[in-house]
Design a protein around this ligand. Structure first.
Ligand code: AMP
Length: 289
């Protein structure tokens, strides 16, 4: 164990990352991968544990990707703590951390785009015009550097998970994409690096996100099937809290990301809400399990 702890490698360039991967390949090891933007919390660590269960060697990337932020969003304020992140990864038994600088990922002259078309139109794609093309670009680049057999993504960003599955399939990237359930604080708040933006008061208001989703699911279990009714209920619960500004609350099909009028077995309620300055997202399957 002590030996493993000291063995985690910090890789800063694509070249170093690829070399590490080649060595793992030569040994016939299964490589798992967890991409993150750092400021790690238990949600990220759960994804890493899942990867460690499924793979012989696990690489984690820590990179705040500028191409997925639009002007005016929180790229510059996004929380960072590399020392702490590296310690958490090392303690968990992660084998390599890939932490490139922006110039390493996007050197002068960079001009390539990667687009997944339909799945990115609704929900976050409607409101964050640059987001998904930035995500698909960076995920493609990271997959090229790491060439993992499998990668674990959180259901917290459930549209992103579906988009990345499509991307891996469409471009024959050969990466098995594994979804991991949302990790929540004991009081229900979905863990997020952005929760650090919340004041105590705002954090109390933010609890209305998970609370309203649970209330919607309860209504469905009692027989309600009308998406409009459910959306109105959820909006009212969130709007009754101070500091909240709803960006969207929608009921969509978990495969197509298209709006549903009626709740069926694939229905997911997804929402994005500003609480103070923090833009928080959450989602829940509505169908009783
Ligand atoms: P981020 O660092 O926010 O880009 O997230 C990196 C990965 O962690 C993504 O696959 C997220 O979906 C996942 N993730 C973030 N928060 C959570 C959470 N609370 N539960 C599960 N997965 C999460």
């Amino acid at each position: 164990m002590a030996e493993e702890l000291s063995l985690m490698e910090l890789l800063l360039t694509n070249r170093e990352m690829s070399k590490w991967r080649e060595e793992r390949g030569r040994k016939g090891q299964i490589v798992g991968f967890v991409p993150t933007m750092g400021y790690l919390h238990q949600g990220h660590l759960a994804l890493m544990e899942e990867a460690l269960r499924r793979a012989d060697r696990v690489a984690v990337s820590i990179f705040v990707n500028p191409t997925q932020f639009s002007p005016g969003e929180d790229l510059d304020e996004y929380p960072r703590d590399m020392e702490r992140d590296l310690k958490l990864c090392r303690e968990l038994g992660v084998h390599a951390v890939f932490a490139p600088e922006t110039e390493e990922m996007y050197p002068a002259g960079f001009q390539t785009r990667v687009e997944v078309e339909k799945l990115t139109q609704n929900l976050c794609g409607l409101h964050r015009p640059d987001f998904f093309s930035g995500v698909t670009l960076v995920v493609t680049k990271l997959f090229c550097a790491v060439r993992p057999h499998l990668a674990v993504f959180g259901e917290k960003d459930f549209q992103q998970l579906v988009v990345v599955k499509r991307l891996s399939q469409d471009l024959n990237l050969g990466v098995e994409i594994i979804g991991h359930p949302i990790v929540r604080e004991p009081d229900g708040l979905a863990m997020s690096s952005r929760n650090t933006y919340l004041s105590e008061d705002e954090r109390r208001s933010a609890l209305s996100l998970s609370r309203s989703l649970l209330a919607a699911r309860k209504l469905v279990s009692e027989g309600e099937r009308n998406a409009e009714v459910l959306v109105a209920q959820v909006k009212a619960m969130i709007e009754s809290e101070p500091h909240t500004r709803i960006q969207y609350v929608q009921v969509v099909d978990e495969k197509t990301m298209m709006d549903l009028n009626e709740v069926t077995s694939g229905a997911v309620m997804a929402l994005a809400v500003f609480v103070g300055e923090a833009r928080l997202i959450d989602n829940m399957r509505l169908w009783p399990e």
